[in-house]
Design a protein around this ligand. Structure first.
Ligand SMILES: [Zn+2]
Ligand SMILES: [Zn+2]
Length: 351
């Protein structure tokens, strides 16, 4: 089968790989209908995250149809259309039981194989899904492939980053970084009735945030943090946000978030961070009485409530997907997305 594989830093190439097989009786095989191209795919692509084996199939976002089931799979059959979180989980261990599926004792992440251990990715024609009963969710009737793809990662991550702080209607919320996760946070926070100030440097992303009800603040690359904070206060009538969602995964974004936030505020870090240190000092955190939350979204734990929310509120999440690429153009798609070019907010491959 064809698969987009990691070859070296800034080199993803479509190659022929063996078909996946059922390796464990709890596995299923899925024929991939859509596979997402994610900001966190860019961490190994640009070498910010190291250790990925050469030849690993990239990608951790998928939706598709079950084509084979292991002998211990109870909840899924051949032909079922499924939503998958970006990591597998058992659904039974203590961490799964307390709604932390992303740190399941048996968790594995799609698209991460290191020293021969791990799970192949989803940017391929077919993929093996382990622990199927604890991992997958059946696609609801009103969801197409696009919605099904997006709730498995970016929308869940944005939703989680906002709702774990329980903002009330009328609260001021800032979202730093308007990739697909940040825009999802904007959508959810606006839907909850918050006033949302949204920061990015890319015009298309700011326009999308504004269309969903946020006040956009363009980050000029030459502006310093103090100038950006001043502009944010101005557009928010002098107020500071009680919740800041950081959806970039950089020290600069953390610095901006810390400078923006109101004392007693909640800093919700949705970005994947690869720096050696967190760009907030203990003194700052103490002096601002910050609550800080970080970590991988437990997608499987929150998927049922998220799906209900998207359906009930008719959240237009499908608008996030701006580009579909043939799998054979994966190399070009990575280059375009990596350069934040071509107006790509969210891309996906249709193998
Ligand atoms: Zn992702
Ligand atoms: Zn578990």
């Amino acid at each position: 089968m064809r698969a987009a594989t990691f070859q070296a830093v800034e080199s993803v190439v479509v190659t022929d790989k063996p078909e996946p097989t059922i390796c464990d009786p709890r596995d299923v095989l899925v024929d991939v209908e859509l596979a997402g191209l994610c900001g966190s795919d860019l961490h190994p692509y640009f070498g910010r995250e190291t250790g990925l084996d050469v030849g690993t199939t990239m990608g951790h976002e998928l939706t598709g149809k079950v084509i084979a089931v292991g002998s211990e799979v109870r909840d899924f059959s051949v032909g079922d259309e499924v939503i998958s979180p970006f990591s597998a989980s058992c659904g039974r261990c203590p961490r799964c039981a307390r709604r932390l599926s992303s740190r399941c004792e048996e968790s594995t992440l799609f698209g991460w194989v290191s020293h021969g251990v791990g799970l192949e990715g989803a940017q391929a024609e077919r993929v093996r899904v382990p622990l199927a009963d604890g991992t997958l969710v059946a696609r609801p009737p009103s969801f197409g492939a696009v919605e099904s793809l997006l709730v498995g990662d970016v929308v869940a991550t944005g939703y989680f980053a906002v709702t774990r702080a329980s903002p009330a209607a009328g609260d001021l919320v800032a979202v730093v970084g308007l990739g697909a996760v940040g825009l999802s946070a904007v959508l959810v926070a606006c839907d909850l009735g918050a006033t949302v100030v949204a920061f990015d440097s890319v015009a298309e992303r700011l326009q999308r945030a504004e269309a969903w009800g946020a006040i956009p603040v363009a980050i000029d690359r030459h502006a310093n943090t103090a100038q950006i904070v001043e502009e944010a206060r101005r557009v928010a009538g002098g107020a500071s946000p009680s919740l800041v969602v950081e959806a970039v995964g950089s020290s600069d974004a953390i610095r901006l978030a810390v400078e923006l936030i109101e004392p007693g505020g909640f800093l919700s870090v949705a970005g994947v961070h690869t720096d050696a240190h967190l760009a907030v000092t203990p003194t700052e955190a103490y002096d601002k009485n910050l609550t800080l939350a970080m970590g991988r979204c437990p997608v499987r734990s929150i998927l049922p409530e998220l799906i209900d929310r998207v359906r009930e509120r008719q959240l237009p999440i499908a608008e996030l997907l701006t580009h579909e690429f043939p799998l054979d153009e994966a190399g070009d798609a990575y280059r375009l997305f990596g350069a934040r070019g071509g107006g790509v907010i969210k891309g996906a491959f249709r193998p």
